[in-house]
Unconditional design. Structure first.
Length: 261
């Protein structure tokens, strides 16, 4: 719970999920997310991180418990004012130019073409792809494809951005650059972010709060505030406070795994 003050932007209350094959993926997840927060969700493979995001996106329904919103996402979910999603795979349409890939959610929402094109151009510039608007996905590097995928998720100006291991397949330098670009977009657009990662270092760099999950069955083991100041940049990586926060989250993760191997 978030104590006094405005209702949380989003709240999972006692969410439990048993998949049809019997797997108990989540048990009794209670989590209140404030408007504009940046949450990192860390935990070992299979502890239910993606399942939490799928619930929030409305892609699966909980077996028990519920999800409440201060204002339900527009259009019932993914779309303008609603939810943007980015996965580990950029999932671009190979036959479409980058600008057409990024414009897709606006086309689906029937945003007038002139306005849509202006928004696509602005966002491509922000993610550093202005010169590649006419290119096809196969002409882009992995990092550039991920930038396009982020642009597509943000072009509808969602209030919530869900990211599931988006940078896991990228090299370290590209990944760090994308971390910085993502933080810049978050500070500018003020969306709420839920970011699943296996990397404690990445999660601590980005987030103002780390949710550490334990497996079998998936549950929240620790909820750790990360009081490192924003804006964050490369200098944070050598900051003693960053090291201390990474250590705290790593210890919580190790504790979550104890007895679960
Ligand atoms: N559609 C499904 N049907 C049955 N079981 C599922 C389904 N999706 C996930 N699971 C199971 O639920 C558990 C949690 O899966 P989930 O993908 O949420 O974990 P995760 O923490 O995101 O894992 P990873 O880090 O490997 O992506 C796992 O045991 C997984 O096998």
């Amino acid at each position: 719970m978030m104590g006094q003050g405005p209702a949380p932007f989003l709240e999972l209350q006692g969410v439990t999920k048993r998949y049809p094959n019997g797997t108990l993926a989540l048990t009794d997840i209670s989590l209140a997310v404030g408007d504009g927060e940046f949450l990192a969700i860390v935990g070992a493979s299979g502890c239910g991180k993606s399942t939490i995001l799928r619930h929030v996106a409305g892609l699966v329904v909980p077996t028990a418990g519920r999800i409440t919103w201060s204002q339900p996402p527009a259009a019932g979910g993914i779309g303008p004012g609603g939810i943007g999603m980015v996965f580990q795979e950029p999932t671009l349409m190979p036959w479409a130019r980058i600008q057409d890939n990024v414009r897709l959610p606006l086309d689906l929402a029937k945003v007038p073409r002139i306005e849509a094109d202006a928004r696509v151009a602005a966002l491509l510039a922000q993610v550093g792809l202005a010169d590649f608007a006419q290119a096809y996905p196969r002409e882009l590097s992995g990092g550039m494809k991920m930038r396009a995928s982020i642009a597509r998720a943000l072009v509808t100006r969602p209030r919530l951005l869900l990211m599931d291991e988006p940078f896991a397949a990228l090299d370290e330098i590209t990944r760090q650059k994308l971390n910085d670009d993502l933080l810049a977009l978050w500070r500018e657009q003020r969306f709420t972010a839920m970011f699943v990662t296996h990397s404690v270092y990445e999660g601590v760099y980005l987030a103002n709060r780390a949710i550490v999950m334990a497996p079998r069955p998936g549950r929240i083991h620790a909820d750790i505030p990360l009081d490192l100041p924003y804006p964050r940049d490369e200098s944070l990586r050598t900051d003693a406070r960053y090291a201390a926060a990474c250590r705290t989250v790593s210890l919580a993760l190790a504790d979550a795994m104890r007895g679960a191997a």
